[in-house]
Design a protein around this ligand. Structure first.
Ligand code: FES
Length: 119
């Protein structure tokens, strides 16, 4: 489990980005639910924590594809691949994230950087 932040420090409607590799973000919805997904859009190198949270979806700040926080699924292009979802629990007031063992779907520019290419 990776500690994210105190639940009291993450208001509803806000996101908190973890300094993991690849980065993960925790979203606190207006309805009070918590979700964690990979922070980087699968289309290009955009942070979904900087996007717009609406219900159980976050809209990418660059080209407006929307990701379902419950499943990671994307609704429409330009992004085509889902983001990973991660388990979230709150223990003693602290949000904890258990990272998925699935392979991430980074955008091509980030995948090249992770692979040590010119990016
Ligand atoms: S970078 Fe997210 S849709 Fe293009």
């Amino acid at each position: 489990m990776i500690p994210a932040c105190r639940l009291a420090d993450l208001p509803r409607g806000e996101a908190h980005r973890l300094d993991t590799d690849p980065p993960v973000s925790v979203f606190h919805t207006d309805e009070g639910e918590l979700f964690a997904i990979d922070d980087t859009c699968t289309h290009q190198d955009a942070s979904l924590a900087d996007g717009w949270l609406e219900g159980c979806e976050v809209e990418c700040p660059l080209h407006a594809s929307k990701f379902d926080l419950r499943t990671g699924a994307v609704d429409s292009p330009p992004a085509k691949l889902a983001v990973r979802t991660h388990e979230v629990v709150v223990e003693e007031g602290v949000i904890q994230v258990r990272l998925s063992a699935a392979a991430p779907n980074p955008p091509p520019c980030v995948a090249a950087r992770l692979a040590g290419g010119p990016g």
